[in-house]
Write a protein that binds this ligand. Sequence first.
Ligand SMILES: Nc1nc2c(ncn2[C@@H]2O[C@H](COP(=O)(O)OP(=O)(O)OP(=O)(O)O)[C@@H](O)[C@H]2O)c(=O)[nH]1
Ligand SMILES: [Zn+2]
Length: 392
Amino acid sequence: MDDDETPPELVEVTALQEETRTEEVEEPGVSRVPITLVTGYLGAGKTTLLNYILTEKHGKKIAVIMNEFGDSTDIEKSLTVNQDGQEVTEWLDVGNGCICCSVKDSGVQAIESLMDRRGSFDYILLETTGLADPGNIAPLFWVDDGLGSSIYLDGIVTLVDAKNILRLLDEPATEEITHAGHEDHAGPALTMAHLQVSHADVIVLNKVDLVTPTELDNVRQRIASINGAAKIHVTDHSRTPQIEGVVLDLHAYDQLSKLDFDEKGHAHIDPKISTLAIIYPRISSDQIARVDEWLRSVLWESILPSIPEEENEIPNFEIHRLKGILALKDGTFKVIQAVRDVFEIRDSENRERKEDNNDAPDHCKIVIIGRDLGKSAGAWERNFRSFMEKVT
Ligand SMILES: Nc1nc2c(ncn2[C@@H]2O[C@H](COP(=O)(O)OP(=O)(O)OP(=O)(O)O)[C@@H](O)[C@H]2O)c(=O)[nH]1
Ligand SMILES: [Zn+2]
């Protein structure tokens, strides 16, 4: 994308924030197709993963959109549909070469027209370019009502090249980041690798055959220090132990029954991005508005609310991804989802004491992944607590 091209889509997303952050009522009977974004640095093994999925027998009808990254501005995307063991390839012309700007219009239109002709899919997998920042793409699938009616975001899978990732994370950031639209961010620049890891719901740690067990260990720790909430699967040639629950059926943005996150481990191995969790006792339903208010402050203003300036321990943070479970006193749950400044709080399917839900949490938990979050979760937890308990 040229710098002077301002994609109108992004404006639209901003305009939608206001309406979409409150609880949404799901329309019953509308069957939506899950889409998983597969991202990762150049050569990490994305295409290998998608080919593996296409050739495995899983009895699902999966549309795979591969991104052939090239120098030309007209990039064709091949769309391979696997149907009853048969692969059918179509070419999508998405016009503008930058997928984050074009997928929403022509990409989704192409998917929809393909569904008209071939019937719906069980899943759609979209490979984004090795340089794409998933933080820009994810909200397009998530907040837009038009898209939301036919497609929903199932999760983000990030392929990591075990051999090269540490070097990429330690590299000084380049203009790739500005391409993705982060010119406005203050503070030290991040590498694309940081962004891709920090937005992941699942990390496929690939090319394990090329590293020693010690190297693998180091990579694992570094990844977990950046994103402590993602599930990590170690693979050789992107062969994940299984497909469902690993690449498909992630429900990273809807079900969210519990948030696995090891709060003690890995603190600050990576100097740039880290993960932390806030724990808080059950709340009453009228406290949800309070949580909403707190989220608006930290996500929209990047400010911990109600702290005098001189006492602010975390002056310059930036949240990339946030998810949370609010445990209510009546035994129900709410789910919080945020990618950058787009967020929502909605009902969870889960109720307590459901037989298959023994590990339902008995407290609220908010997991935050971002830059410059400070030395520990303590300051965050204190701020959240005092904000929730503040008399208004
Ligand atoms: N040794 C080794 N090679 C791998 C592994 N996985 C993938 N490769 C190879 O790495 C190269 C790049 O893999 P791709 O799947 O094309 O990577 P990609 O992420 O799609 O790459 P781009 O589309 O260029 O961003 C290919 O030659 C693969 O065969 C692995 O686990 N081990
Ligand atoms: Zn772009």
